[in-house]
Ligand binder design. Sequence first.
Ligand SMILES: [Mg+2]
Length: 243
Amino acid sequence: MHNNFLFDLDQTLLDFHASEYIALGKVLQENGLSYSEDIYKLFKAYNKSLWMELEKGHITRTELFTMRFNYIFEKCEGDSTGLDPLKLNSDFIRTMSENGVLLDGALEFLEKLKAQIKDARIYVITNGVTINARGRIESTGMDKYLDGLFVSEDMGVNKPSVEYFDMVLDKIMEPKESCIVIGDSLSSDMLGAKNAGMASMWFMPEGDVETAMNEYAIDYTAASFDELLQILEKWAKEHTAGI
Ligand SMILES: [Mg+2]
């Protein structure tokens, strides 16, 4: 049995928003349109509202992709006549997948985790689009520390469902007692770990931490990569000793 570390990807190891910011800028500027922080904020807010409409079944993915770029064409300076929103959208997704951004210290942390903890296995568990997750991981060089990647798009189920975590256990062929879930999200990572009966680590906790820890039965919290490494080393020793 190994020490299996199941890491969420976005805002745990990689900075999703930083990649999105870079990719949107590149694509708009390549097409002769203006770009600024404000344009990105507008895109982000509108995009979020569209994803909620999609979840309710009010719009399709294609409509979402079209609408978000048509909206942004109106907000940018420059001539958007003749630009195809779906072409820009696919360029945007591809550009984003080529521009992964690590959270500060994430790579060094993974290197130490692998070197300092005996039998450490590092997996990424993420809800999202496979090409985007895999591309961003590879573009940062983080993949050399990973033993596996589990993207919801490939699996057909999402965190926090028990099915998602059961599929991960099946693939890695390890018991749940040997796993700890590390993530920033209460509703997907912490709830998922609780549903699956795995140990959990809330990384970079925010808000009313004590209430959330009770509600989601969270085992540990860490506010930096140094703290995270210390606690995971301790967890590995304790749970190995208990087996
Ligand atoms: Mg996350």
